[in-house]
Design a protein around this ligand. Sequence first.
Ligand code: KDG
Length: 323
Amino acid sequence: MLPVELLTFGETMVSLRSRGPLAQGGTLTMHAAGSESNVAIALARLGHCVRWTGCVGMDPQGDFIERQLRSESVELSLRRDGDRSTGVMFLEQRTADIGRAFYYRSDSAGSMIGWADLEPALEAGTKVLHLSGITPALSSSAFQAVQLAAQRAYESGVVVSLDVNFRNKLWTREHARKVLTSLIQHIHIVIASDDELDLLSEMSSELHPSDSLVPRIANELLEGGVQEVVVKLGADGADVYSAAGFHHQNALKVQASDTVGAGDAFAAGYLSALLDGEPVENRLRRGTIMGAFAVSTEGDWEGLPRRSELELFNNQLLGGTER
Ligand code: KDG
C-alpha cells in the first residue's frame, strides 16, 4: 500500500437534501457529507493516497458512509460506535439563492471523536495533516483531538493546514476565535473566506470594519509563523499571502447551481497541487478549478473531477457537448 500523503479527520453525516422547502415534504436524497471527508474524496479522485479518520454509528447510515468512502478509494480509520447514532443534517434549497442546513448531530458518534481515534492514524511519512474548524466545535474530546494532532504533526515536520469553515449553528464567533487562535501556533497553511479570517486574530471585523482588514490579518499571521494564508473570495476567486508575496487567481466563469462543498473542493485543489510540489500560483489555480467543478454540479463532492478531467473547462467549449 502507498504511504498516506494526507490525513484528515472529522465528522461525516448523512445529508438529506431537498430541492424545495422542507416544510412541504417531498423527496429527499441521501448523501455522505462532511467537510473533511469531502476534501479526502476530492484528493482521492485526483489520485492521491489520503486517509480519513472518524466515527459513525452502528446503523445503516454508518454503513452507507463507510461504503461511499471506500468506493471513492479513501483509506479509512473508522470506528463504529454501537451506542450512538450517525449524525444527520438536512440541506434545504429554500429558494434558488437560499440554502439552509439543519443539524442533528449533538452527541452523535462522529462528534465524540477523540485523540485515541487519531493517534494510530498519524503515520510516519504523512506529508499533510488537514484540519477544519468544524471539528473543535463538536465536543471537548474532538477539540482535544484537533489540538494534539496539530501539535504532534507540527513538531514532527508534517505540514498542517486549517480551513476555518465557521459554522454559525455550532458555536459563536467569540468561542470560535478563542479556540482557533489557540491552535494557530501549530498551523502552516490557513484557508479561510474573507469573512472568516478575523476568527484567527484579535482584530475582529465587528471592531474594525474595513476592507483593509484581510491583508492586515494575513500579515499578522505570517509574522506569527503561518507560511501561507489562502483567502477564498467566492465568485471573485482567491488570494494567497506568503513569503513569496501576494497572488490572486480569478474564479472560472461557470454556471453556479450548488455552492455547498465548494470551499472543500477548493482546499483539496490547493493541497493537491502542494502535494505535487507546485508553486503557490498553481495551487491557487487548481483550487479554483476544483471550486468551479463543485459549484457547477450537484452535491458536495459527487461532481468533482478525476485528474484527467482537470483541464475540462479549458479544453471544452462551455455550453457545448463533447462528441
Ligand atoms: O463543507 C460542506 C459541509 O457544510 C458539509 O459537507 C457538512 O461538514 C459539514 C458541516 O459541518 O456543515
